[in-house]
Design a protein around this ligand. Structure first.
Ligand code: TRP
Length: 464
């Protein structure tokens, strides 16, 4: 069985693959614009606190469930003897399919921008909306991106996922450092750093707190069983808590570093920091243009290649979840399973691809009482990443603490790491998974649903 499913060949391989899942568009694209909207450093402080205090214990729980059962999320809950809890696994599958369906489109933009930068087409930033409307071009890039992802996943865990991560993650790290060094030499770079690092706590509102929590959760790939799946390929001799700590540190580290690159870029051009989703796609090309023909092409292409690599190791993990389900539960050979799932998700993503300008009905898809008008892509994001993930995280925490039970959870953690027994770290993880995580994640879920779908502002009601 184990040989048929495959597994990571080393602890480092697992850590890099999981960190590859975590490090993605969320870190390099979404984190800086959330920081920009959330008033800078105050958001960063909260994000860091949530990653370590709240998300890290959930990550440990996911990996432990995976390693204990050596199965995909649906199979894992069943194998622990709780058939009804398989619903959490199905929720995870649905989240994975939906998230990948639109994530692949944004990844396609990043990859498309890489090509445009190589061609020296700096106008692409000003033409961002015509670019996203051009569904033939975006569609072609997204076919390429999805096919690349499927190719790696079809090669299996050690021969595909682990191998890709071992090459891409160090490369990503080198690229980001090179870009930071360059960014810091630009005029006004240090104003950007000040905005980024000096907190103004008056900027913190209820909304900022909950978007920091949502961002931390998404960024660490939690709540849909991606880490249950990766955990299922981890050896019984590996230390789970230590691995989770390394993964969290790498993810937070890359997000944190991304700020040192983006804000100097943005401030060097005197651009507003609250540009939202367009911060990278609209503003950065003109920054690169300012560097002149040769340097602009090099730095611009390097940046969007970095973004594409980061996205790629994440799409791999998103595709792996439903694929593992098909392999374990439906007994379909990996190669076939991968391509079936990839094609299906690509099809699910077509309306998202068409919802950024090309089809009116999808561009103005819904008008929600609280969230206002959303295009199809943002609507899917709202459902899958803002709503399903915290719900999934809540259920995973409750399951671990009260159904599977802390004793069994702790036994699994001690496999490969005797020293964890009775340590303060274990006490904290147990405490968080029993109280802090269920409470905060449950609250986030309720607040998000009430706010977006019913326009009931619980936070404003409580804190004014
Ligand atoms: N964490 C990735 C990012 O920051 C996205 C991602 C990959 C993800 N796999 C996931 C998010 C699983 C939630 C669940 O871009």
């Amino acid at each position: 069985m184990a040989t048929q499913r495959g597994g990571f060949t080393s602890r480092l391989g697992f850590i890099l693959a999981a960190a590859g899942s975590a490090v993605g568009l969320g870190n390099i694209w979404k984190f800086p614009f959330e920081v920009g909207k959330g008033g800078g450093a105050a958001f960063v402080v909260m994000y860091l606190a949530f990653c370590f205090l709240l998300c890290f214990p959930v990550m440990v729980a996911e990996i432990a469930i995976g390693r204990k059962t050596q199965l995909n999320p649906v199979g894992a809950f069943k194998a622990l003897g709780y058939k009804n809890w398989a619903i959490v696994g199905y929720l995870g599958l649905a989240s994975g399919v939906l998230i990948l369906s639109f994530y692949n489109v944004v990844a396609a933009w990043a990859f498309g921008y890489f090509v445009e930068m190589l061609l020296g087409n700096f106008d692409i930033g000003r033409n961002f909306s015509s670019f996203t409307q051009d569904w033939i071009t975006v569609g072609s890039y997204s076919v390429i991106f999805m096919a690349g992802t499927a190719y790696v996943v079809s090669k299996g865990v050690s021969g595909g996922i682990e191998k890709a991560a071992k090459i891409l993650m160090p490369t990503l790290f080198v690229m980001i450092i090179a870009l930071i060094i360059y960014a810091l030499t630009l005029p006004h770079a240090w104003d950007g750093i000040r905005f980024y690092l000096v907190p103004d706590f008056s900027q913190i509102t209820g909304k900022v707190v909950y978007s920091a929590l949502g961002q931390a959760f998404f960024s660490l790939s939690l709540g849909m069983g991606a880490l249950i799946t990766y955990g299922s390929y981890v050896s019984k001799n590996d230390n789970i808590v230590g691995a989770a700590a390394s993964i969290t540190l790498m993810d937070v580290g890359v997000a944190f570093l991304a700020g040192f690159m983006i804000f100097p870029f943005v401030f060097s051009q005197g651009i507003e920091t609250d540009g939202g989703a367009g911060l990278i796609f609209v503003t950065l090309p003109s920054v690169f243009e300012g560097l002149g023909e040769v340097l602009g092409v090099i730095v611009g292409a390097l940046f969007f290649l970095l973004l594409s690599f980061a996205a790629f190791t994440s799409t791999i993990s998103l595709l792996e979840v439903p694929t593992a389900y098909m392999v374990d539960e439906k007994k379909i050979p990996r190669k076939k399973a991968t391509w079936i799932v990839a094609i299906f998700i690509f099809l699910v993503g077509i309306p998202s691809m068409l919802s950024t300008g090309s089809v009116d009905a999808l561009t103005h898809f819904v008008n929600l009482p609280g969230a206002g008008e959303k295009n199809f892509m943002d609507f899917v994001g709202l459902i899958a990443s803002d709503t399903f993930l915290p719900l999934g995280g809540f259920l995973i925490a409750v399951f671990t603490a009260y159904v599977w039970k802390k004793e069994n959870f702790n036994i699994e953690l001690a496999n490969g790491d005797e020293s964890i027994k009775g340590s303060w770290l274990q006490s904290y993880v147990d405490f968080a998974i029993s109280y802090i995580c269920p409470l905060l994640l449950g609250l986030i879920f309720i607040i998000t649903v009430m706010d977006n779908f019913f326009n009931v502002k619980i936070l404003t009601m409580l804190f004014g």
